[in-house]
Design a protein around this ligand. Structure first.
Ligand SMILES: [Zn+2]
Length: 258
């Protein structure tokens, strides 16, 4: 599941492969932008903003969001792609690499001076140069009745947390995802933990919250009915959302979290 750490790492790898080079191929396979051709333009940089990826090329920005299944992958020269070509939504190449965006949830092309229209709604980015813990706290506290599990996922409060981290953060802080923000003791510690977890994982391919890099890497995410690593109680599972349409799965330990 792509979260802020995945997008950060993708941006870093894409930036290393493409920045400062001329595009030799630009193939956008999304109807609205199918005629866009940025080949011949120089890639200025590739950056992440929360879970959004921004590829700045010439005077334009290709903006993408990975959603549930998306990924950007890099291939060298004629190397065979690791996923089927019909899933490709964007293909960019220079003389050495081909970057392919598979199953992207969103893909837009805008002028770079207008990219704010796509990302300005985001709160401070946990992995960004603009990280501001005080502002993230203030954003969260604006709605004290809201469940912490929803508030942490709301990218307008702070950007980068997805479904895996919200479950793990709530476990590590000993709070149920349904606890109202106003009832969370030491909310600043929850924000600080979020920052530390994303940073600890930003350069590795396996996401780890337990400290064990080899196995049992997550405390509760996806572990329905399995024994809690701390207390042995079966892990609970349910859904949480602002409405029926936005329900997402979540997990918790009924004993360790209250
Ligand atoms: Zn437990």
């Amino acid at each position: 599941m792509p979260e802020g750490d995945t997008v950060y790492r993708s941006a870093k790898q894409l930036n290393a492969a493409l920045a400062g080079t001329v595009l030799t191929r630009c193939d956008i396979r999304v109807p609205a932008f199918a005629t866009v051709d940025l080949s011949g333009e120089i890639v200025r940089n590739v950056a992440s903003r929360g879970k959004h990826l921004l590829m700045r090329i010439g005077e334009y920005t290709i903006h993408s969001h990975l959603k549930m299944e998306g990924s950007w992958r890099l291939f060298r020269g004629e190397q065979r792609w690791s996923r089927p070509a019909y899933l490709a939504r964007g293909i960019l190449a220079n003389s050495e690499y081909t970057a392919v965006g598979f199953e992207l949830g969103t893909l837009n092309v805008v002028r770079t001076d207008e990219e704010g229209s796509l990302v300005d709604h985001l709160g401070p980015d946990l992995l960004g140069p603009d990280w501001d813990a005080e502002l993230a706290l203030a954003n969260l506290r604006e709605d004290p009745e809201r469940e912490i599990g929803l508030a942490l996922l709301d990218q307008r409060n702070l950007a980068g947390i997805g479904n895996v981290y919200r479950a793990e953060i709530c476990f590590l802080r000993g709070i149920l995802p349904t606890t109202p923000v106003g009832d969370v003791a030491n909310l600043e510690k929850t924000v600080d933990l979020s920052y530390r977890l994303l940073h600890a994982n930003k350069d590795r391919s396996t996401r780890v919250t337990t400290g064990n890099l080899r196995r049992d890497t997550l405390w509760v995410y996806g572990r329905t009915g399995k024994p809690c690593f701390r207390c042995g109680t079966p892990i609970g599972h349910g859904t949480l959302g602002d409405s029926e349409l936005t329900l997402r799965d979540t997990w918790w330990c009924p004993r360790c979290q209250s």
